[in-house]
Design a protein around this ligand. Structure first.
Ligand code: AMP
Ligand code: MG
Length: 416
């Protein structure tokens, strides 16, 4: 066996972040803008012109010189109307002393004007307008280039494309984007008692559910799951499947990492001269989680080896340890820029009592409405209880030194 190293949650997470920072993203491909949601940008999107390309009125109203409104009410001569999209030809000379132009939201503010007064504060006369309010210079105008400068980066390489970044790309005229190819993550389930979905399980057999939760999480993180067959708790056959799994960009194994006599994953990987970064984390669920790297993989990755996780087999442990540790590796392989794990703070609905010593990530429900949301634990039978976790929509994070948290205290949660 390797020298075992059980880290605190934070130490283990940092180790993963350090390793993920060393990953070089893979090949790229060109995709249509509409197909780019959730993909990771491989080259920056650059502004092809200033945004906005002209000083833009943010209101319907009158373009004015703010100095003309020192005394109010003020009466100004209306010299024209500017619609959105219209070139204000007649107003090229600009707004002079005592003049105003009627202007619409999104229209270019003419030269000379330095503010827009909302139509609500004006009374239109035949050829003039009476204005009842003063205006500060710049009011209701976004200056040319205030949102982005021509040639400036609108969306960084490594960004996972959301509706907002896709809108930005569209505003720069990009109908296609260069994105990274998705990494392949092999999933290897281990255990003599585990059977596939097409098998009628014997009385003590358990259907494989972890491969499916993991495949779902891998996809969500931006990867392609590659499901391997169920490996038995027998060293040679386990080794064969591990070697197969190491040909992918990442190998996720579930089961076989606890202290039992048939928990062989670490032993086999040690025989394969794997490097272990940690062999446990002080968390619940998921304490026996293993993270390492092994060289006997794909030729392309021979030099550094393929990263692997041994995730504990209990289904909730598998899901939680994926979120905490495997997700950042998949995201890095997918080309995403690293990000820290941030918790959200929410008021607790009913008190919690636990033992100290482990950082806990317990299935919980965030409910309530608007600003009155509250979170509470879902009653569960421990880390094998998929039903409880399926009713949950988040995990409450309990620090290892807390054995009691009172109702209405703020607690950290990890969203699912
Ligand atoms: P292990 O980590 O191998 O000791 O397994 C811990 C528990 O998780 C045992 O009760 C296993 O039966 C269960 N388990 C392991 N792998 C799976 C799987 N792929 N799907 C569902 N349950 C599993
Ligand atoms: Mg097992």
């Amino acid at each position: 066996m390797s020298g075992s190293s059980v880290l605190s949650f934070e130490e283990a997470r940092r180790v993963v972040e350090e390793q993920s920072a060393r990953i070089q993203p893979g090949q790229t491909e060109l995709v249509d803008l509409l197909a780019s949601a959730g993909r990771v940008l491989a080259e920056p999107v650059v502004a092809d012109r200033d945004i906005p390309p002209f000083p833009r009125s943010t209101r319907d109203g009158y373009a004015v010189r703010s100095v003309d409104l020192a005394q109010i009410p003020a009466s100004l001569d209306v010299i024209g109307e500017i619609k959105a999209g219209e070139k204000p030809d007649r107003l090229l000379a600009g707004i002079g002393i005592g003049q105003a132009a009627s202007i619409m939201t999104g229209a270019p503010v003419p030269a000379g004007a330095d503010a827009v007064v909302m139509v609500e504060y004006t009374t239109t006369k035949e050829k003039s307008v009476e204005i009842a309010r003063t205006a500060a210079p710049g009011e209701n105008i976004v200056p040319r280039g205030a949102e982005a400068r021509q040639g400036g980066v609108l969306v960084d390489r490594g960004t996972r494309l959301s509706e907002a970044s896709i809108a930005l790309a569209a505003s720069a005229g990009k109908s296609q984007l260069q994105v990274y190819q998705r990494p392949r993550a092999a999933v290897l389930t281990t255990g003599d008692e585990i059977v596939g979905l097409t098998t009628v399980p014997g009385p003590t057999q358990i259907r494989n559910s972890n491969s499916y939760s993991l495949a779902t999480q891998i996809r969500d993180a931006g990867g392609i799951p590659v499901l391997l067959p169920i490996a038995p708790d027998e060293p040679q056959r386990l080794r064969n499947w591990i070697e197969e799994g190491l040909k992918s960009d990442l190998l996720l194994m579930t089961g076989g990492v606890s202290m039992g006599r048939y928990d062989l994953v670490e032993q086999v990987l040690t025989e394969m001269k794997a490097e272990f970064f940690f062999t446990g984390a002080k968390i619940q669920p998921g304490r026996p989680v293993v993270f390492g790297r092994c060289g006997a993989g794909a030729p392309a990755r021979e030099e550094s080896g393929t990263y692997f996780f041994g995730l504990p087999g209990n289904p909730v442990s598998t899901m939680v340890t994926f979120e905490l540790f495997a997700r950042p590796m998949i995201e890095a392989l997918a080309g995403m820029s690293p990000k820290k794990l941030a918790f959200v703070y929410v008021k607790l609905k009913s008190e919690i009592r636990v033992k100290t010593g482990l950082k806990r990530f317990l299935p919980a429900v965030l409910s309530g409405e608007f600003e009155n949301s509250r979170v509470e634990l879902v009653p569960w039978q421990g880390s094998g209880d998929i039903a409880a976790t399926a009713r949950a929509n988040c995990y409450i994070v309990i620090p290892p030194d807390r054995d009691f948290i009172a109702a209405n205290e703020f607690v950290a949660i990890l969203m699912r």
